[in-house]
Design a protein around this ligand. Structure first.
Ligand SMILES: [Zn+2]
Length: 390
């Protein structure tokens, strides 16, 4: 194992609140970071950096933890350009568009699905994402759901079983029969390939009682819950997420005061996905309200071909700052440490000794540029597990 010092860093975001000037970002100016093997070995002022085998000059630019994208749907085939075009021409978004992707995904070969997945992962890596979660949910048969999870598990440990994405057309007259399949034979086939279980809890998808049944069955098989909650309407799903100790309630666009209180008094993270509101021209989730109430907030892409076809965490950071009331510092924390919390991971999302050496170098002197310079490709370098990949 060799060691490398990255030095001459204008701003280092460590997410260690004991460092820097009291910010949760643990900022160090004129900093260096030492990578030893796949771990962070040291952080501090450049002038105090220990000797190492290799040296990289950051050139007065910023370094931060790699982004942790805790919500994506990347095992799919097909394209929904026409649906997006129609929506931007005035048609409303509903959960039903998922069926288009289900048909294309079922028809695709394993090789086609994996090539698609690999392409979007490379795209995300170029934008600074070093950890991602991804879900099934476009197969909706026993074989197709298990296949999606098997393919995803080749590329990430954060794999989520989402057989309950929507009731497929073949079960349109028998939703109870589909819930039985999702909690029975399909769960048995999928659980060995997944860490998490998720439900699209929404009008037109699954109601609160169905979601409780599905998540409880998943828990009994060793899967941990996370929920698509309160995206399109108010409902019981955020409260259910808290009740079941879900790692995350995702979307959280329509919240009552009781929902916010429940999140604030729980270890369930609110994961906000502004790409979805952008791409469906919907009202933004109110991040400020959540943060002021003491809720832990994560920011993620929800990358999927229907409602949020972006793999760019920097884009989501810019939206969150411009339209959801987050400060630039809060948005960066949520896209790194917040994502790690939403995956209940302690080894990523921060740059402190012992953490995984996942780092992003920006072509900018500060992390604030991620929202100050929206749409600009600022990622100049990415290290994953101590290996420089970009
Ligand atoms: Zn989603």
């Amino acid at each position: 194992m060799s060691s490398t010092v990255i030095t001459n860093i204008a701003t280092l975001v460590t997410n260690d609140p004991s460092l820097g000037r009291g910010s949760p970002l643990g900022l160090i100016q004129d900093a260096a970071v030492v990578v030893d093997g796949d771990r962070i070995a040291w952080t501090g002022e450049s002038s105090k950096a220990p000797a190492t085998d290799n040296r990289v000059d950051a050139g007065g630019r910023a370094v931060l933890p790699g982004f942790v994208d805790s919500h994506s749907h990347l095992v799919f085939a097909g394209d929904r350009t026409q649906e997006f075009n129609a929506r931007m021409s005035g048609r409303a978004y509903s959960a039903g568009g998922i069926r288009t992707t289900v048909a294309a995904t079922r028809a695709a070969s394993d090789a086609e699905l994996e090539a698609n997945l690999t392409r979007y992962l490379a795209e995300a890596l170029r934008q600074g994402t070093t950890t991602f979660e991804t879900k099934s949910g476009y197969g909706l048969t026993v074989e197709d759901e298990a296949r999606a999870l098997r393919l995803a598990a080749r590329h990430t440990d954060e794999v989520t079983y989402l057989g309950a994405h929507i009731v497929p057309p073949d079960f349109a007259e028998d939703p109870a029969g589909y819930v039985a399949l999702v909690t029975g034979e399909m769960l048995d086939a999928c659980a060995p390939h997944a860490r998490w279980i998720d439900v699209f809890c929404e009008k037109g998808a699954f109601d609160g009682d169905q979601a409780r049944t599905i998540l409880t069955a998943g828990r009994a098989k060793g899967l941990h819950p996370r929920i698509h909650a309160n995206q399109l309407s108010y409902g019981p799903c955020v409260q259910l997420a808290v009740e079941l100790d879900a790692a995350s309630a995702d979307h959280c666009t329509h919240l009552t005061d009781e929902d916010v209180d429940a999140l604030a008094n729980s270890s369930t993270v609110a994961t906000l996905l502004p790409g979805a509101e952008f791409s469906t021209r919907a009202d933004w989730p109110n991040a400020r309200r959540l943060l002021d109430a003491g809720v832990t907030v994560a920011l993620s892409t929800d990358c999927n071909p229907g409602s949020s076809f972006t793999s760019s965490v920097p884009f989501c950071i810019a939206l969150a700052v411009r339209d959801m009331g987050m400060t630039p510092d809060e948005a960066v924390w949520s896209a790194t440490a917040g994502g790690a919390r939403a995956l209940r991971r302690t080894d990523i999302g921060h740059l402190t000794p012992g953490a995984r050496a996942d780092l992003t170098l920006l072509d900018a002197p500060s992390h604030v540029h991620l929202s100050y310079r929206p749409g600009v490709p600022l990622v100049a370098g990415v290290w994953r597990r101590g290996v420089r990949e970009i």
